[in-house]
Every structure is written in structure tokens, then in C-alpha cells.
Design a protein around this ligand. Structure first.
Ligand code: PHB
Length: 363
């Protein structure tokens, strides 16, 4: 049986281990959406990950939902990502960019000409975002027209092409955590009466078309998809998650992307759910490709998941944030730095690039 610390192949990519760095929003980009001055150091410090997935990165100005998140829709942003990718490669790592559109989780003040956020349906989330002045309720969204859905799909294709131009090894489509694609997938946020709403197959259509647009740019194994079937963060819910995500897996099996990345718990601290082991076992067995598990894993659970075959790789968020040399620390059962929650979002290099590596043995 494979080990968490053994290599895995995804198409032409050989990953040296199965400890992935999960995407982590850090809000340290420039107001222009160009990665901030410490991003190269931050990511290259974590190059020993089997694969790094970047923080969520907006594909268009309308895809932005928080202050100081990076983008991948302007030449300046592409140029800003290049040194980050190069630094990771020089340190021996591999890095995928996460393509993001927040949909309704935004605020007028973050959008061009104070526009309203867009969503599958005009249903405001009971959720908050962060603007210049701090936390605020998200704004009232308006429903996308069919023409706007098409142009948003094109934005995903352009974002994917821009990521390629910046030198990334691949892209991950963010279809999780209550952002635009997830808003289409789930019945609580999608009440459209057209081909993009109603049945599970209709709700999964937008995801399928986004995948198709991205596959127009990248070879299929260089594309990952991240979902959060039981997540309630950002006011999400679904009348029948079992049916919805069986359909999502079906659609994705048709495209065979490089991996499926599954957030197995809710990231909503206000409403934790018990780990739905049976649900994820069924999802795992329906999915025909590489399965990347995420959500509260430690060394022991991660090792067990890979050796039992319930996951091919495990993505670590908070632990990777605080431990740049996480694969080494996990495999040695070394002590772990404790993540400092106060410096998760925004700020400077403190709590970003100053977490120490394990002292080298023998010194
Ligand atoms: C956040 O900024 O809180 C955030 C961003 C992307 C996620 C989850 C949370 O997928």
C-alpha cells in the first residue's frame, strides 16, 4: 500500500510525496491584485509539498470578494505571479493556481463601479466579507443572464490561459466553499428555472462548462477540481447532497481531470458537522481518478487515509501555513508550530514567512 510520503503520478507530473498544501486566503496581495512582496518567499518556503495549490485567485474584477486577494486577469497580475512560480520551481516545487470567482460573496465597494455581486439567483447570503473598513455583510446579488454565464465561463478560460502564461504547472478550479460554482451546484443558492438550475444535472452544468473551458487551455491532468459537499460556510446547503454530488462526480468522470480535491468537513466554525464517513466513502468509490482529501487531517489520519486507499493524497491548510517543512515534520512526527489565527488574513511578513523550519538534525 502507498504511503503519504511516497510519490504519486498525475499524468506527466511526478509528485515526490502526497502531502499537498491546501489553498489558503492570506489577503496580502496589492490593491491591484498583484501578489504581495513576500509571496515568493512564502510559497517557495513550502516547495517540499507534493503539490502547492495557491490561495484562491480571482479570474475577473467581478470575481473578487475580499480585500487584497490576488487576481489572474491582468498583464500586471500575470507578471506578478511569474517570480512566485519561478521561486517555487527553483526550490524544487510544483504549484497550481486556484481559479476563483466569488459570485454573491462580495460587496459593492469591492466591485467595478460599485456593481452588485452576481450569482445564479438573486438570493443574498447570510455571510460576511472583509472590505477596507473591516467585516461587513455581503451585498444583495443579482442573477446572471444566460449571456453573462457564457462570458463568465470565458473568463475561467482566460484565467486558465493567464496561469499558463505565468508558468504555473496547472490550475485548480475552485468549486467549493460557497463561491460561484458551488452556488450553482447547490439547491439552496440556485433556484434558476433555465438549463442551469432545477435538477442536479442542470445545477452541475455550469461546473461542466467551466471545466470544458479550462480543458481548452490545459491538458486534463493539469486541472484539479475542489468541492465541499457538506460545507455550510457562506450560507450553503442542499436539499439532497447525496444526489447533487453523485451527479457532480458523474460529470467530472466524463472529463477525467487530474484530481478531485474534497473538503470533507465544514469550514464553518459556527456549525460543525460530524464527519460523514459513509458519504465520502461512496463519493470516493464513484470517482475514477486521483482523490485528494482535506479537512482536519493530522499526520496519523493522513497516513491512514493513504495507506487504506481512502485518499491518494491529503491537503493540509493550517498546518502548512504554520509549518513550511510540513512533509518532513509529519514524517518524523516532529513538533508542529501552532498557527497564529490573528495573522491569517492581511498584515505583513509576520505570521506569513516567519514560521521556522525544524532545526536540522545533527546541529
Ligand atoms: C476566505 O477568504 O475566508 C475563504 C476564501 C476561500 C475559501 C474559503 C474561505 O475557499
Amino acid at each position: 500500500m502507498p504511503s503519504l510520503y511516497e510519490s504519486v503520478r498525475i499524468g506527466s507530473l511526478t509528485l515526490p510525496n502526497r502531502v499537498f498544501m491546501a489553498p489558503l486566503t492570506r489577503n496580502r496581495a496589492m490593491p491591484s491584485g498583484v501578489p504581495g512582496p513576500w509571496a515568493s518567499t512564502y510559497y517557495s518556503q513550502r516547495a517540499s509539498a507534493g503539490l502547492i495549490v495557491t490561495e484562491a485567485t480571482q479570474i475577473s474584477p467581478m470575481g473578487k470578494g475580499y480585500i487584497n486577494t490576488p487576481g489572474i486577469h491582468s498583464q500586471e497580475q500575470i507578471a506578478g505571479w511569474k517570480p512566485v512560480v519561478d521561486a517555487v520551481h527553483r526550490s524544487g516545487g510544483r504549484i497550481f493556481l486556484q481559479l476563483w470567482h466569488v459570485g454573491r460573496i462580495s460587496h459593492n465597494s469591492l466591485l467595478p463601479r460599485n456593481a452588485s455581486p452576481v450569482a445564479p439567483s438573486a438570493i443574498r447570503a447570510r455571510a460576511q466579507t472583509v472590505v477596507e473598513t473591516g467585516f461587513v455583510d455581503v451585498s444583495e446579488p443579482r442573477a446572471l443572464s444566460l449571456a453573462e454565464i457564457q462570458s463568465t465561463i470565458e473568463d475561467y478560460g482566460r484565467g486558465a490561459a493567464n496561469a499558463k502564461a505565468a508558468g504555473f504547472d496547472g490550475v485548480e478550479i475552485h468549486a467549493a466553499n460557497g463561491y460561484l460554482i458551488d452556488q450553482f451546484l447547490r439547491s439552496k443558492s440556485n433556484v434558476r428555472a433555465d438549463a442551469y438550475g432545477g435538477s442536479a444535472a442542470h445545477r452541475a452544468r455550469f461546473l461542466g462548462e467551466v471545466v470544458e473551458a479550462v480543458l481548452g487551455v490545459w491538458e486534463r491532468t493539469r486541472v484539479g477540481v475542489r468541492i465541499s459537499p457538506v460545507g455550510t460556510f457562506n450560507d450553503m446547503g442542499d436539499g439532497n447532497p447525496e444526489e447533487t454530488f453523485a451527479c457532480v462526480v458523474d460529470v467530472l468522470n466524463g472529463y477525467q481531470p487530474g484530481y478531485l480535491h474534497v473538503v470533507e468537513d465544514t469550514i464553518d466554525p459556527a456549525s460543525p458537522v460530524e464527519h460523514k464517513a459513509d458519504f465520502f466513502r461512496r463519493l470516493r468509490s464513484a470517482w475514477k481518478g486521483i482523490y485528494v482529501a482535506n479537512g482536519g487531517y493530522d499526520a496519523e489520519r493522513g497516513e491512514r487515509a493513504v495507506s487504506e486507499g481512502s485518499a491518494d493524497a491529503v491537503a493540509y491548510g493550517r498546518l502548512f501555513l504554520a509549518n513550511p517543512d510540513l512533509p518532513t515534520r509529519l514524517s518524523r512526527r516532529g513538533p508542529l508550530n501552532v498557527p497564529d489565527t490573528a495573522s491569517f488574513y492581511g498584515g505583513d511578513e509576520r505570521g506569513y514567512t516567519d514560521y521556522p523550519e525544524l532545526a536540522r538534525s545533527g546541529t
